[in-house]
Ligand binder design. Structure first.
Ligand code: BEZ
Length: 254
């Protein structure tokens, strides 16, 4: 999912997203069970990316549509799953023709600020009794990686992702009339594909905001420095593991 405000420095390469970072949607399959879907329910996949989880939701018998702010992602989703309905829309401003029974969102909401606008749209889009199931980066997510970049760059506050605590996000949901039935912050070290290149790939795919103002040669130098700093923490001798922490929530519109 790409949101205009957050994505000024983020370019989505759909091939690399699908080939090297398919764990993003694969981890999301665990989330599907939290959405109690009955056949015929209308479900929105908010920030559907290339559509794999939208498709998995449709397999449960739901009537599913997916939206994402990135037109390239949506083009790939539509090509992969022509039978499903996809559209380009921003999580902060989307509107639906009719309210839905569930809104699902995996690994998206840390990209989208301000979060109040997203939660307001979610609340507007749900029927009373409708469920919101989401997982994204929570407080402390990829902290070692961010701190290593800050150390190498000798800069502070490079992280502009939104990684809230359970308390902060539960409060936000309640403010917009969503009753929280489950919320947890979960450490989930995440294997990065491609052996020794895994961390560099991840930083190049997702870390645009950490490198603002640097030439591509300087980005290479920073990445090497970050690898050296983190090798004893996040490298197991053959693969890198990113220090992901997920915020997982289930909430119901009252
Ligand atoms: C995440 O899924 O936690 C994430 C992905 C890219 C950048 C930052 C966080």
């Amino acid at each position: 999912m790409a949101s205009d405000a957050m994505q000024a420095h983020q370019v989505w390469d759909t091939d690399r997203y699908q080939n090297q970072h398919d764990f993003v949607w694969q981890y999301g399959t665990a989330l599907l069970d939290l959405l109690k879907v009955k056949p015929g329910d209308r479900i929105l996949d908010l920030g559907c990316g290339t559509g794999e989880l939208t498709h998995a939701l449709a397999e449960t018998g739901a009537i599913v549509s997916g939206i994402d702010a990135d037109a390239d992602m949506i083009a790939v989703a539509q090509q992969q799953y022509p039978q499903l309905s996809f559209g380009v829309a921003d999580a902060r401003t989307f509107t639906l023709e009719q309210a839905v029974d569930g809104i699902f969102s995996n690994a998206v909401l840390h990209w989208v600020k301000p979060p109040e606008q997203v939660v307001q749209r979610v609340a507007n889009g749900l029927k009373p009794g409708g469920q919101f199931v989401a997982e994204f980066g929570g407080r402390g997510n990829v902290q070692k990686i961010v701190e290593a970049v800050e150390t190498v760059r000798q800069r502070k506050n490079l992280n502009s992702w939104y990684f809230p605590s359970v308390g902060d996000y539960a409060h936000l949901l309640e403010t917009y009339g969503l009753e929280v039935s489950f919320a947890a912050l979960i450490d989930r070290p995440t294997l990065l594909k491609d052996g020794d290149c895994g961390l560099a790939n991840w930083l190049r795919m997702f870390g645009g905001q950490l490198f603002v103002g640097l030439s591509s040669d300087d980005v290479d130098i920073v990445i090497s420095g970050v690898e050296s700093l983190l090798r004893s923490h996040l490298y197991d001798g053959s693969q890198w593991h990113a220090d992901y922490r997920r915020l997982r929530v289930v909430a119901v519109k009252r």
